[in-house]
Design a protein around this ligand. Structure first.
Ligand code: URA
Length: 450
């Protein structure tokens, strides 16, 4: 797995052509592209072409490892050895309504398992943890590495954005992939996630690999492949890595959009989280508590996770962290004080029956249309834009009943969002079976059904 960075020089056009024609790039060639891009010696348009070629032609295992290695070493690799405890982080492959990091990080940290979390921004139709954090007035995710260590030592958790020092190649590639339709590729996602996570100084990692309409992996089979790739890379780098396959056919929870999701996460930390959110949260948090050495088994870890919510220690931890990172804790305790979006509208059931499907991808796109995400790298997000689902899949509804409410600060965005939302719900006359939220665990021993 370990090899040195590129020292030879190559012709970028030849490398793009080589990948475009389906040939395999060498480690040196991949390192060269990543290094040059990070140093600003390759323009976005050439790297976009490379990404599209990689997307269409795929990267093999060696190329994916080379990409991860090059991105990891494009910046600093942190050593958190001086902070006591096994450092454990979680990462999701991206979903709609996925606010789980905000709930599970304080649960785990409340047991003194350090959680050094470096997150990304919204990508494609999915939301990003950083955008959610920044919707909390005053909360800053742009912190120096010294400050990152200080906060982690004091609070046992930290929520930061990627600094220029941490996997800078991923930061730039991530933003470029977002706007060049090159996100949904197993090796590109694996390289992106693992380079960032390995640079953080973690000892162990839990991954939430989502499948379904709102995920980058549309099928469970692709999600399995991604999970296996991620676990193999993590274990190869000497970090204990466990992945869960979780369902993202419909949005997780009831709220989608930056502040809306913070609001739901705060309710969850106070014992009022939706069942689907809490089921996955407790499994991931319980696994992290176990990896951090504070529980003997995942079952015990899950019980401890539930207890941390019930007794309020997780919410207290979140408030401590928020205050430390400059955020307003008052508005977290009293969300009605938040400046909510100026405009809202509702989507009604076109017929009576059972909700057979709420297309998470379309909800994600509608939320983005309302201003909660970015269409270009430069766009600002509207923190209070988004969608609240009033009913979820399986619910019995009457014609005309409200299915969802949309929020935005820009009235002109409503029409496009409504068009997408009208198509997002499908109603059938027969009751439907609920699908499982967590289907498999993948670890160094293989894949296990849950
Ligand atoms: N999350 C990441 O960090 N990177 C990706 O490419 C997709 C999801």
């Amino acid at each position: 797995m370990f090899f040195s960075m590129a020292s030879k020089s190559f012709n970028a056009v030849s490398l793009i052509r080589k990948k475009r024609d389906g040939e395999v790039l060498s480690r040196e060639e991949i390192s060269y592209l990543i290094e040059q891009y990070t140093k600003d010696k390759l323009p976005d348009y050439q790297v976009s072409a490379f990404l599209m070629a990689a997307f269409l032609r795929d990267l093999n295992e060696d190329e994916a490892a080379a990409l991860t290695h090059a991105m990891l070493h494009s910046g600093r690799v942190l050593d958190l050895g001086d902070i006591p405890g096994k450092k454990v982080d979680k990462h999701s492959t991206g979903g709609v309504g996925d606010k789980l990091s905000l709930i599970l990080a304080p649960i785990v940290a409340s047991y003194d398992v350090p959680v050094p979390m470096i997150s990304g921004r919204g990508l494609g139709h999915t939301g990003g943890t950083l955008d959610k954090m920044e919707s909390i007035p005053g909360f800053t995710v742009d912190i120096s590495l010294d400050r990152y260590r200080q906060i982690l030592s004091k609070c046992k958790m930290v929520m930061a954005g990627q600094t220029e020092d941490i996997a800078p190649a991923d930061k730039r590639l991530y933003a470029l992939r977002d706007v060049t339709a090159t996100v949904e590729s197993i090796p590109l996602i694996a390289g992106s996630i693992m380079s960032k996570k390995l640079a953080e100084g973690i000892d162990a990692l839990v991954l939430d690999v989502k499948f379904g309409s709102g995920a980058f992996m549309k099928t469970q089979q692709d999600a399995k492949e991604l999970a296996q790739t991620l676990v193999a890379i993590g274990e190869d780098f000497g970090k204990q890595t466990i992945a869960y396959l979780t369902n993202m056919e419909q949005p997780i929870g009831n709220k989608v959009g930056n502040w809306l999701e913070v609001e739901e996460a705060m309710a969850a930390l106070q014992g009022n989280g939706p069942d689907d959110v809490m089921e996955v949260t407790h499994m991931l948090a319980g696994t992290m508590i176990t990896m951090g050495g504070k529980a003997q088994s995942i079952e015990q870890g899950v019980a401890m996770s539930r207890e941390a919510v019930a007794n309020g220690q997780a919410f207290d931890k979140w408030l401590q962290l928020t205050a430390e990172q400059g955020g307003d804790t008052e508005v977290l305790r009293n969300p009605q004080k938040y400046e909510h979006a100026k405009y809202s509208f509702t989507v009604e059931a076109p017929a009576s029956g059972y909700i057979a499907k709420i297309d998470a991808y379309k909800i994600g796109i509608a939320s983005l249309e309302l201003g909660a995400g970015r269409k270009t790298k430069e766009d600002d997000v509207d923190p209070s834009a988004g969608i609240e689902l009033k009913r979820k899949t399986g619910a019995k509804v009457k014609k005309g009943e409200t299915l969802a409410t949309g929020f935005t600060n820009n009235k002109e965005l409503i029409e496009a969002a409504v068009e997408v939302l009208d198509d997002a719900f499908s109603i059938k006359t027969d009751a439907i079976d609920q699908t499982a939220m967590i289907t498999h665990r993948v670890d160094s021993q293989g894949i296990h059904e849950i």
